[in-house]
Design a protein around this ligand. Sequence first.
Ligand code: M6R
Length: 366
Amino acid sequence: EKGDFEHFMLKEIFEQPKTIEDTFRGRINPEHTEIVLGGLLDVLPKILKARRIIIIGCGTSWHAALVGEYLIEEYARIPVEVEYASEFRYRNPILNSEDVVIAISQSGETADTLAALRMAKERGATILGVCNVVGSSIARETDGGVYTHAGVEIGVASTKAFTAQVTIMTLFALKLAKENGRISSGLYLDLIKELSEIPEKVKSILVKHPHIKEVAAKYKDAINALYLGRGALFPVALEGALKLKEISYIHAEGYAAGEMKHGPIALVDDNLPVIVVAAKDHYYEKIVSNIQEVKARKGNIIAVVTEGDTGLTSMVNDLFEIPKSHPAVSPLLAIIPLQLFSYYIAVMRGCDVDQPRNLAKSVTVE
Ligand code: M6R
């Protein structure tokens, strides 16, 4: 039931402090010193020896996979590739028993993802699942896996399932890093603590929804929008753009900010909203240059920034602040204002937010 909320999507956005917590609770010991992923116990030695990890998915789940790629390579130093399940299944990939293929799927029923997994299994790879729906086809057919505990997601536009998937990717990356000795115990403990603080930080973003709504009102008649990010915030830009296009039908593109010069900058004029995910991390200076490039061409900049970062105020039209956090967990915060921004724009445009045209919650046919 929707309770006091006008739409399931809004309810699900507001559930995220709880669903993120439900997803890591039980996977972090009470002392906050150890990560336990029960569903991976049997396959952990295989994962640690893997030649590479391939993560597959579609749509939002593919974006969560990209965040996973950044985190696993950064902290565990195991090579990771991310592929659209729909491409992977048809392109005759080189796979053997040294490969681990992980499917991310909220429903656990996506036809392309399931078919890609079956193909990988036939070729000898170890196959794992990160699913939300318990007992779903992907969950049943895999050699191991971890459930996201997001609860039932009804809105066609995925929100709480995404943050739950990213939470699992974070736990998984840290677990692998700890097991293969690539992370110092100090950083490991710090990052577990950072993750455990995310639910409170998400709450502090959600209470600012009136501001996000006001900003949304300014841009509701846009025809196009460009989303930019770098590092693990690049997939957040992709996910922000996907949310806007699916529910408001505004054409939106997500881009790695460094790619701007190679094409999309031609789109920038005084009509184009450019949403830049510019939280403080080691890409920050680079993203500030990208903001300057957009500003010089009179684009309207909406920046997601770290609280207290006043340096950007004069450069941008609007700001969404997120609490300070370690870059490893900031995707979980940066996506929240972008979900709300899309939601309010879609509502103001009179769109059917929970059931956008032409889309189904679970894509069980190709
Ligand atoms: O159930 P899955 O996670 O496998 O679904 C994958 C995509 O169909 C899904 O994420 C879709 O892109 C959503 N509408 C995104 O909001």
